[in-house]
Design a protein around this ligand. Structure first.
Ligand code: G3P
Length: 198
């Protein structure tokens, strides 16, 4: 039962569409109607409101941190299994939220939150990879994809084998959610951060 409760908790919290809630509350309309159509922070940034984008990153990460920590605290004997399940479920909840007809965002900020709660040293190393990939490419989706693909390897390298399986599952979800980005990248149409093109 514990893994099921962990999954339900993660999915329920992950499904809260903060990007949409914040942009609507700020009178910026429906963020799904602009840019990539995602409810994530990168797309919120395309509204021009940096503060709102930062708040979206924070809340989307937090909604994955909380269920991972709660699962670990409530079911400590599960050796991190429930935490991993809660983290994967939070990312899935963000990407396929029932509140938006099972559509949503790309899952990267929630993935970062889940990883921070599961294994913070792995998260720090991944943050460095993300920053380097963003600096070199100037493309948000490239840095997200590079980071999630690298994350299980980083976990292995730093000695956190228990998070490798959840990270592979998270990477699979995040990559599937980036299929339109991959198409745009192949056509050379993916916008760079800060470009006026959406
Ligand atoms: O983290 C989100 C990013 O990887 C892609 O966002 O809106 O450019 O598809 P977007």
């Amino acid at each position: 039962m514990e893994p099921i409760f962990a999954a339900l908790l993660g999915f329920a919290l992950g499904s809260i569409p903060f990007g949409l809630i914040l942009t609507r509350a700020a009178g910026l309309g429906d963020v799904r109607q602009i840019g990539s159509g995602s409810i994530g922070a990168t797309n919120v940034l395309r509204t021009g409101n940096k503060g709102l984008a930062a708040a979206t990153v924070l809340l989307d990460a937090l909604k994955a941190v909380v269920p991972v920590l709660v699962a670990g605290a409530v079911w400590p004997h599960a050796n991190g299994l429930t935490g991993g399940i809660a983290g994967v479920a939070a990312v899935a909840g963000h990407c396929f939220t029932p509140w938006l007809a099972f559509k949503g965002g790309k899952g990267f900020a929630s993935a970062a939150g889940a990883l921070a709660a599961l294994a913070w040293p792995v998260m720090l190393a991944c943050a460095a990879i993300w920053a380097a990939a963003l600096f070199l490419s100037r493309i948000s989706s490239v840095s997200s994809m590079v980071t999630v693909v690298a994350s299980p390897l980083v976990a292995w390298g730093l000695g956190y084998p228990q998070v490798i399986t959840p990270l592979i599952a998270i990477a699979a979800i995040v990559l599937v959610q980036h299929r339109a980005n991959i198409g745009r990248l192949m056509r050379g149409e993916e916008p760079k951060i800060g470009s006026s093109k959406t």
